[in-house]
Design a protein around this ligand. Structure first.
Ligand SMILES: NC(=O)c1ccc[n+]([C@@H]2O[C@H](COP(=O)([O-])OP(=O)(O)OC[C@H]3O[C@@H](n4cnc5c(N)ncnc54)[C@H](OP(=O)(O)O)[C@@H]3O)[C@@H](O)[C@H]2O)c1
Length: 243
């Protein structure tokens, strides 16, 4: 039997949807007929994002690193079809010798622990044939020097994805692993440094450029709709693992 097309009549929740990859997921899902709920920590950025998505979009400010706030958010949300988690903050990259373990532990708070909280409190409200799409990064498979902690977080999310796929079945749980993508994630760098990074990484890749948020967002849309993959990490990295 053929599954229904697009995301008509589906409700999609995007935690971390106020910018970058999450915002593009929200836009593409809305353009395919989904009603979308965007959440991020800033009410102002959520409001702007909701306006830019248009269609049937709503938003709410939620700090997803606050477990009680996440529990309250889902307790009031009602049922939905797909949960997408793209929340992330600036990366702190250090060589091991310069790594302070206390802040290093905190690197797991948003990407790992907040994702787990979102799944714990969100999954009971997911309708039949629904799914969860988490976010990791290609550093888990292809770390650079200075990426010990960031790569470890990515590896943890990939293992979490497989474990959740077993734990929550028949809800499907997958992850997307982007390479370098031009988003606000890199905003702690000066714009000159950032452009140098995009240029040098882009030149080194088989595709000849870094990613754009809309490239990567398509993978989330695919994973929500295709219905037969679970526990998988889909790599959208311009060929980073090949070089
Ligand atoms: N861009 C890349 O090169 C790249 C590569 C590999 C993996 N990734 C991963 O992809 C994910 C999305 O990143 P992006 O590139 O799209 O970055 P982005 O544009 O900075 O988006 C991050 C999102 O997370 C939200 N957020 C941050 N802290 C939050 C909190 N405490 N509670 C709720 N929302 C929060 C931000 O909104 P507010 O600031 O309004 O809260 C924003 O909507 C991240 O996990 C990142 O590590 C990105």
């Amino acid at each position: 039997m053929q599954r229904g097309n697009g995301l008509q009549h589906k409700r999609v929740i995007v935690l971390g949807g106020s910018s970058g990859i999450g915002l593009q997921v929200a836009k593409q899902a809305a353009s395919q007929g989904a009603s979308v709920v965007i959440a991020s920590s800033s009410a102002e950025r959520v409001q702007k994002a909701v306006e830019s998505v248009g269609g049937d979009a709503q938003g709410q400010a939620v700090d997803v690193s606050d477990e009680r706030a996440v529990a309250t958010f889902f307790s009031k949300l009602g049922t939905f079809d797909h949960l997408v988690f793209t929340a992330g903050d600036s990366l702190h990259l250090h060589d091991l010798a310069a790594t302070d373990l206390e802040p290093a532990r905190r690197a797991f708070e948003l990407r790992y622990w907040a994702a787990l909280a979102a799944v714990k409190y969100g999954s009971p409200h997911i309708r039949q044939e629904g799914s969860i799409v988490l976010t990791t990064g290609i550093a888990g498979q292809r770390p650079q020097k200075g990426w010990v902690i960031a790569a470890s977080v990515c590896g943890a999310i990939e293992a979490l994805t497989r474990a959740l796929a077993v734990e929550l079945a028949p809800i499907r749980v997958n992850a997307v692993s982007p390479g370098v993508v031009r988003t606000n994630l890199w905003q702690s760098m000066s714009s000159a440094e950032r452009e140098r990074l995009y240029e040098s990484v882009g030149k080194s890749l088989p595709v000849g450029r870094v990613g754009e948020a809309h490239d990567v967002a398509q993978a989330y849309l695919f994973l929500m709709q295709e219905g037969f993959s679970t526990g998988q990490t889909v790599v959208i990295d311009g060929g980073t693992v090949l070089v």
